[in-house]
Design a protein around this ligand. Structure first.
Ligand code: AMP
Length: 588
């Protein structure tokens, strides 16, 4: 049967996909399968499409056109070096380039396609898209809505009735749609958005902060200098992308300007928290649009079965956390958000070709991996709050970093504990590694950055870096996926617990006190039995005191442990005295 290709004809980028061996696959061409939606004439008058055209956009804007999708359906003429084109003719060049890469990959001529368009496209815009296909030599078998395609990419094999929210945040546009899938029919219930909101705005915010820094701190005039501003914009986008995986981004631009004939360099650090503050207003706007879509579809957040992330900007962690806060469920981004719509279009082409059970082949992590930290559990302070770094269903390979602060002044070390699981208390998850990290003495709150790198074979590489000194420890867990099956763990824990209580009631009482990084005193050989006993009594008090007192007690316990490990006996005595005073007060 003649293949039908699926095409996402996007404002910034376009992609083509096809069903091969029952799986939807993006057709690559020495790239990730992403073709910039950019058309130009080279200096010899030859049409160029994609990266080549994008590269000349700055130096030859009169010969290059970007974002032609915004003009589809209009009669506007596009002039390239004196030649006039209609929007559908320019789009046809993009479609021709996609058709050519598919023919090269599949090894057959292709004449049929399914093309996606935004749900809000008018009839005239849809008709212009069909015409673009015809001009490119493609019969457009169907035009489908982008959110419909995204929903199909996730749900093609599911036969239940589902309501899906598709949150699509790209470079320049934001769309939110609610679709219903019932008996294999997909219907768009509501669609709204903002066609001037996206990642470009976030870049601009970072760029403005960099420009202010240059003018105020480096005393350089940059805001009227287009070349410098273009450099700052590129640096801003790079930093933004880094912050999706790391808690800090370092922006270094050498020779950004000159002062008194000497080169001035830009060096600026941006934290994820600062970036999130910069974009919060835009994030709130998208949240308001989500409310509007729900209202238009007469639905409540609890009616939504699944949230799907589409568009490159949904990789920003704040977007997922905002949606999770709103809906109480994690949004899905495991199908590459840049490729999801084209893969869904291919899924529809599979249906047209009679292959109903095609699906997207995915490499995702089956487990969540994270660490433990001091935090809150059920509104109470806790020493073992689970902090996930790489969530279940994240596409592999995956890389994620998170920043943590030390708890006390001059902390001499910490245990980096690695867990697999979903439970809020890390101790209810499966511990798959524990590494000691000796720290440089510094005030409480000194930053340690923990980085997880997980590949498709389940090899988890861990690096903890002391931010201040750059000192680090590395560890590798060779088989993180099969470290310990959860069922096995539950069974084994039950067994151990019952055996323990059968023989040891008289030793420990009924409550088994888990040992954590912060209250594990018995393992240290430097701590005397008397000190251990006082520490144990103090730990038992923690549940009965106020938050402030709890912090004081924990700090004192930490100080005692540190002093004991460093053999500062006088300090140990003095600190124990302080702790005993507290115990005395409470025992009364
Ligand atoms: P799209 O229009 O869907 O191709 O999305 C392009 C936008 O996604 C651009 O603004 C990119 O800078 C942004 N983007 C791509 N990858 C990331 C990332 N990892 N984190 C944040 N933004 C990203």
């Amino acid at each position: 049967m003649e293949p039908i290709i699926g095409i996402d004809l996007g404002t910034t980028n376009s992609e083509v996909a096809c069903i091969i061996d029952s799986n939807a696959r993006i057709i690559e061409n020495g790239d990730r399968g992403i073709l910039p939606s950019c058309v130009g004439l080279d200096p010899d008058g030859k049409i160029i499409v994609g990266v080549e055209a994008k590269n000349q956009a700055v130096i030859a804007p009169e010969r290059t056109i970007l974002s032609v999708k915004r003009l589809m359906g209009s009669d506007d003429k596009i002039v390239l070096d004196g030649n006039a084109y209609l929007p559908q003719e320019i789009s046809a060049f993009i479609l021709k380039a996609l058709k050519a890469r598919a023919e090269k990959d599949i090894g057959k001529p292709i004449s049929k396609a399914i093309i996606t368009v935004p749900a809000y496209f008018t009839d005239a815009q849809r008709q212009a898209t069909r015409e673009a296909g015809a001009i490119a030599g493609l019969e457009v078998v169907r035009i489908i809505n982008e959110p419909t395609a995204a929903a199909l990419a996730y749900e093609n094999t599911n036969s239940e009735t589902r309501k899906i929210l598709v949150y699509d945040l790209g470079g320049g546009t934001f769309d939110v749609s609610i679709v219903k899938i019932e008996n294999k029919i997909v219907e768009v219930l509501a669609s709204t958005g903002d066609n001037k909101l996206g990642g470009d705005d976030f870049d601009r915010k970072i760029m403005d902060a960099l420009a202010d820094h240059c003018e105020t701190n480096l005393k350089l005039k940059v805001k009227d200098n287009l070349t410098i501003m273009a450099r700052l914009r590129r640096a801003a986008e790079k930093a933004k992308i880094t912050l999706s995986a790391e808690p800090y981004a370092k922006i270094e631009e050498d020779h950004i300007g000159k002062k008194l004939l000497k080169a001035v360099h830009l060096s600026y650090e941006l934290s994820r928290t600062q970036f999130e503050e910069m974009i919060e207003e835009d994030v709130t706007k998208t949240n308001d649009a989500v409310s509007k879509a729900l209202k238009d579809a007469s639905l409540l957040p609890s009616d939504i079965d699944k949230i799907i992330l589409v568009g490159g900007s949904t990789r920003i962690p704040r977007i997922s956390s905002m949606l999770e806060e709103r809906f109480g469920k994690k949004p899905h981004g495991e199908i590459d958000p840049d490729l999801c719509v084209a893969l869904g279009a291919a899924m529809q082409s599979g249906r047209e070709m009679g292959m109903d059970n095609s699906s997207v082949l995915l490499d995702v992590t089956p487990y969540t991996f994270g660490t433990s930290a001091v935090g809150e559990l059920n509104g109470m302070p806790a020493m073992t709050m689970f902090v996930p770094l790489i969530h279940r269903n994240t596409k592999l390979p995956a890389r994620r970093s998170e920043a943590f602060g030390t708890i006390v002044d001059n902390q001499i070390g910490t245990d980096i504990r690695i867990f697999q699981g979903e439970k809020p208390d890390a101790l209810d998850n499966i511990e798959i590694g524990m590494y000691k990290f000796k720290l440089t003495k510094a005030p409480a709150g000194s930053v340690i950055v923990l980085n997880f790198d997980l590949d498709i074979n389940g090899i988890l590489k861990i690096r903890a870096v002391e931010k201040m000194s750059g000192k680090h420890v590395d560890a590798v867990i060779e088989n993180a996926f099969s470290a310990f099956d959860e069922k096995e763990m539950v069974a084994s824990r039950k067994k151990i617990d019952s055996e323990w209580s059968e023989g040891n009631e008289d030793i420990l009482g009924t409550d088994f006190q888990p040992q954590t990084e912060d209250n594990d005193t018995s393992s240290s050989q430097d701590i005397t039995p008397e000190t251990a006993s006082i520490l144990e009594k103090s730990a038992a008090l923690l549940d009965t005191v106020t938050d402030e007192e709890k912090d004081d007690i924990i700090n004192l316990m930490e100080d005692i442990r540190d002093a004991a490990e460093e053999k500062r006996e006088d300090d140990v005595k003095k600190l124990i005295g302080e702790l005993e005073d507290i115990l005395y007060y409470y025992q009364d």
